[in-house]
Design a protein around this ligand. Structure first.
Ligand SMILES: *Cc1c(COP(=O)(O)O)cnc(C)c1O
Length: 338
């Protein structure tokens, strides 16, 4: 995999650390001595205005935008989108304008949700924000805004929700290579990688990268929104497309794509006691800050699966995809429950 061919621009703090999670590993030892040995890949530390997983994707997407002489990034996300925050930051960093559309997907009217956390940072970073109701056709909305920008004489570059197309997913194929190199250096044999999976680019990029390398490490995606059949189909299509871009479409097999969508709870962006328990546990065992929408939900799944014996004897790497900035958008919901 020769990523320089795709002209990424470099601004992420890489490689991100790969660290043990001794406290959580200890906390998840089962009564009969089972449970996984846990490590964490710190993609919350990618460095772009708070960082997170969208930063690796944006290195490739910005490369493409600049190659196309764009002057305005156009993207969309939920109100507390980490992707929108990182895109606004990348635009600021490269002197581009940024037009974002925020979908009121959760229906929350809470002040913190609508004004604090990532939204506050979007404004601070200078993005121009439009608000649309939940259920809006977001791809059509993106096309409309891009057209408006062009009519006003601008040169728009549209980034899909989550930065999840084959170009963005290259960032996670590259992360797969980085992670395997770190593990080789440490002499660490990884049995499984666990990640939150949403717009699918992270999961798909990892699967594509590992498959193209022939690393033979299974990835478990824990869903945050869609049901399992939909999520796995999205990830598989994108993984194949990404591997095709890398010249090896045939290496991604359908059985390499596994998503467990049993931990979504009430829905996207809606938190429950399991998520709060997960946020608290890893904060207190290893001082790791997760977010309420993605990593907290994935950790809720990882904890439940560990306790059920699903990872007994395995070395599991949890990919920390970031998002702690979103905690402040949920202040009211967390208040008094920590
Ligand atoms: C976007 C996001 C994810 C999900 O990644 P996808 O590539 O959209 O599947 C996970 N965690 C955090 C914190 C995110 O912002």
């Amino acid at each position: 995999m020769h990523f320089a061919r795709y002209n990424p621009v470099r601004f992420a703090h890489l490689p991100t650390p790969l660290e043990p999670l001794p406290g959580l590993t200890e906390a998840l030892v089962t009564p009969d001595g089972g449970g996984p040995t846990l490590w964490i890949k710190r993609d919350d530390c990618t460095g772009l205005a708070g960082g997170g997983n969208k930063t690796r994707k944006l290195e490739f997407l910005l490369g493409d935008a600049l190659a196309n002489d764009a002057d305005t990034l156009v993207t969309q996300g939920a109100v507390q989108s980490n992707h929108v925050r990182q895109t606004a930051a990348a635009a600021a960093r490269f002197g581009l304008k940024c037009e974002v559309i925020l979908e009121h997907r959760t229906g929350s009217e809470a002040h913190d949700y609508n004004r604090s956390g990532n939204v506050l940072l979007d404004e601070l970073l200078g993005a121009r924000i439009r608000h649309v109701p939940g259920g809006t056709d977001m791809n059509a909305a993106l096309a409309e805004v891009a057209e408006e920008v062009a009519e006003a004489g601008g040169r728009p570059y549209v980034i899909p929700g989550g930065g999840s197309n084959v170009i963005g997913a290259l960032g996670y194929a590259e992360c797969a290579m980085e992670l395997v190199a770190q593990a080789n250096e440490l002499g660490l044999e990884i049995d499984r990688i666990v990640t939150a999976t949403g717009s699918a680019g992270t999961h798909a990029g990892l699967v594509a990268g590992l498959a193209v390398m022939g690393a033979d490490i299974p990835v478990l995606g824990i869903g945050v929104r869609a049901p399992q059949d939909v999520q796995e189909a999205n990830v598989f299509n994108l993984a194949q497309g990404t591997a095709a871009l890398l010249g090896h479409e045939d290496r991604v097999r359908r059985d390499m794509v596994v998503a467990d969508c049993d931990y979504v709870g009430e829905g996207y962006g809606l938190i429950d006691q399991g998520v709060i328990d997960a946020l608290k546990l890893i904060a207190r065992t290893d001082a790791i800050l997760l977010d309420p929408v993605y990593t907290g939900k994935a950790m809720k799944g990882l904890i439940a699966l560990s306790r059920a014996g699903a990872f007994d004897g395995e070395t599991v790497v949890f990919l920390h995809t970031g998002g702690a900035q979103g905690l402040f958008g949920y202040q009211g919901e967390l208040d008094g429950k920590l």
